[in-house]
Design a protein around this ligand. Structure first.
Ligand code: SF4
Length: 95
C-alpha cells in the first residue's frame, strides 16, 4: 500500500526566484472564459483564479514552468508564454 502524497507540502519546499520586472506568462485581455476554466482546473500550482467580482486573477510568481497552460490554451487565453530569464524561475527541491 502506497502513502498518500500531500502535493501542497511537496510544492512548498520549492524555491521561486521571481522576475518582478517581467512576467514570463501574459494573459490576453479578452481571454475566453471557457478556456480560462480549463486553466483553473489544470494548473498544478493553482495560479489561475476567478475572484468574487468575476475577474480572472493570475500570478506567475508560483509558476512551476510545466507548460500545461501553454498546451491547453496557448492561442485562446495566453498572450505569451516563455521560460523565465536566466537565474529566475522555480528551483525544485524534493523533500
Ligand atoms: S506553466 Fe504550469 S504552473 Fe505555470 S502557470 Fe502554466 S500551468 Fe501553471
Amino acid at each position: 500500500m502506497s502513502d498518500i502524497v500531500n502535493t501542497d507540502i511537496k510544492l512548498g519546499v520549492n524555491k521561486f526566484f521571481v522576475d518582478e520586472e517581467g512576467a514570463h506568462i501574459k494573459l490576453k485581455d479578452d481571454a475566453d472564459r471557457a478556456e480560462v476554466k480549463k486553466l483553473i482546473a489544470a494548473c498544478p500550482a493553482g495560479l489561475y483564479k476567478i475572484d468574487d467580482e468575476d475577474n480572472l486573477q493570475f500570478d506567475y510568481a508560483g509558476c512551476l514552468e510545466c507548460g500545461t497552460c501553454r498546451i491547453l490554451c496557448g492561442d485562446t487565453a495566453l498572450e505569451s508564454w516563455e521560460y523565465p530569464q536566466g537565474t529566475f524561475g522555480v528551483e525544485y527541491r524534493f523533500g
